[in-house]
Design a protein around this ligand. Structure first.
Ligand code: FAD
Ligand code: SF4
Length: 460
């Protein structure tokens, strides 16, 4: 994969990775062994027929390849960019045992981008209307997938989205330089072309309740509202001026285009020295965004080592090339401030790693030493949790943990006609796992409405 020069790209929000050229895509497709029992497919949560789609690329039939991918995955340009393929399809590719696995994600992205430049695949088969209405709450990858799959089966699907743009985290969380908005819009337009209706600025649980949706004639409701509320560290100083939570920071910049202030009227406080706390994709995106807003120094502060970081390795490489500095084995204990309440520094404990904890990762413990980073902004990116607005408004809905919905693998909840999937059932996960949940829930909803099987109440 080609990438833009770090010295140039760190000053703007244009896409960092440039994708494969046609020659590279065909060469890469040629490496595929067309395995009879393809392990790569087993590693894909939506079970794309990978050898088949790659065989089209070998033959230079790129639109044919894209059509094959879309039989399983409605968001190929997005997945080709942000899926952690190294742990999924590519991670399972047989070639990876001895040498480099086939770059499946990059080829997927290539066919999707090829369509944008050179043509349009025909729409998949859409069955005639069966007259049944289904409501989908949330337009993230889970919701869009359920909606697309049910529309193809002839359902009349309406997606209700709380924000003024569709796409969920894809639109408000993942920055433009990793996933350009026009790519998301193209994929959403494709879902709409299947007949899916998307209603924006509609907070289900407030604007309209779930009971009212049933009264409006929706036979089933899928809840895919994600896990977008911030988590707090609970250290002194978290309420100082210029402490952001990553979800707010990224939403302001990505969705509300604060980086184009004053052309767009959402302000964001620019800082000289920024500390981002966390080690996942959200932390990486926040750090690289802060850099592009003009910070002179950006630090990632993480309590374990690089080895335990949950983000994609590629993101660490990209961030390092752009000049972001990492403070590993460092755990924040206080955000210090000046007498007007503005951030002045981040006090941290130096940590050491001990035995593995329940997550299987080695547990960090204080070493007894501490240090202070001089910064004027802190961004907390230590995870997200469920938003209570909708889930707490549904009487009798089984919840677990911090307000996540209990649903089985097929999306059944304990309430008849209500299905759920994606981050609101699992906690923060990945785009493709949300899509996989959406696919399975679409099958369950179809079975439920057609009376093929009675959904079993979900237990945890
Ligand atoms: P979401 O994408 O969260 O979508 C839920 C939607 O529901 C939102 O649009 C929300 O506004 C809407 N909603 C909420 N409440 C209501 C309501 N009451 N009424 C109507 N609508 C409502 N995963 C990867 O695989 N690769 C990555 O590189 C990656 N990077 C990430 C970077 C960031 C900054 C973040 C935050 C996450 C990242 N993830 C990544 C995780 C991934 O984006 C999520 O796991 C995925 O988007 C979850 O999909 P979802 O459909 O369950 O929910
Ligand atoms: Fe091709 Fe690798 Fe899949 Fe085999 S496992 S079909 S080589 S991509």
């Amino acid at each position: 994969m080609r990438f833009r020069d770090p010295e140039k790209r760190k000053n703007d929000f244009k896409e960092v990775s440039l994708g494969l050229t046609e020659r590279q895509a065909v060469k890469e497709a040629d490496r595929c062994l067309q395995c009879k029992k393809p392990h790569c497919v087993a590693g894909c949560p939506v079970e794309v027929d990978i050898p088949k789609f790659i065989s089209f690329v070998k033959e230079k039939d790129y639109l044919g390849g894209l059509k094959k991918v879309r039989e399983f995955n409605m968001l190929p340009a997005i997945c080709g960019r942000v899926c952690p393929q190294e742990h999924q399809c590519q991670g399972n590719c047989i070639l990876g045992k001895k040498k480099r696995p086939v770059s499946i994600g990059a080829i997927e992205r290539f066919v999707a981008d090829y369509e944008a430049s050179f043509g349009q695949t025909e729409l998949p088969e859409i069955r005639p209307s069966n007259g049944h209405k289904v409501a989908v709450v949330g337009s993230g990858p889970a919701g869009l997938t359920v909606a697309a799959d049910l529309a193809k089966l002839g359902y009349e699907v309406t997606v209700f989205e709380a924000l003024h743009e569709a796409g969920g985290v894809l639109a408000y969380g993942i920055p433009e330089f990793r996933l350009p908005k026009k790519i998301i819009q193209r994929e959403i337009d494709f879902v709409k072309s299947l007949g899916v209706k998307i209603i924006l600025n509609w907070v289900v649980g407030r604007t309209q309740t779930i009971s009212e949706l049933f009264e409006d004639g929706f036979k089933a409701i899928f809840i895919g509202v994600g896990a977008g509320s911030p988590k707090y560290l609970g250290i002194p100083g978290e309420n100082r001026n210029n402490v952001y939570f990553a979800s707010e920071f990224l939403t302001r910049v990505n969705l509300m285009k604060a980086y184009k202030f004053p052309a767009y009227d959402t302000p964001i406080k620019k800082a000289r020295r920024v500390a981002v706390v966390g080690g996942g994709n959200v932390a990486m995106d926040s750090a690289r965004t802060a850099l592009r807003l003009g910070a002179e120094k950006v630090y990632i502060v993480y309590r374990r080592t690089e080895h335990e970081m949950p983000c994609r390795h590629e993101e660490v490489e990209n961030a390092t090339e752009e000049g972001i500095e990492f403070f590993f084995l460092s755990n924040p204990k206080e955000i210090t401030g000046d007498d007007r309440g503005w951030v002045k520094g981040l006090r941290c404990d130096k940590m050491v790693l001990c035995e593995p904890d329940a997550s299987g990762r080695r547990r960090p413990e204080c070493s007894g030493e501490e240090f202070t980073l001089e910064v004027d902004q802190v961004i907390m990116a230590i995870g997200q949790t469920s938003n209570p607005i909708l889930v707490r408004s549904i009487d009798g809905l089984n919840l677990w943990g911090e307000g996540y919905i209990v649903a089985d693998r097929d999306g059944n909840t304990n309430i008849k006609g209500i299905f759920a999937g994606g981050d609101i059932t699992t906690g923060a996960a990945t785009v493709i796992s949300a899509m996989g949940a959406g696919k399975r829930a679409a099958r369950s909803i179809d079975n439920f409405i057609m009376g093929r099987t009675a959904p079993q109440p979900a237990e945890r």
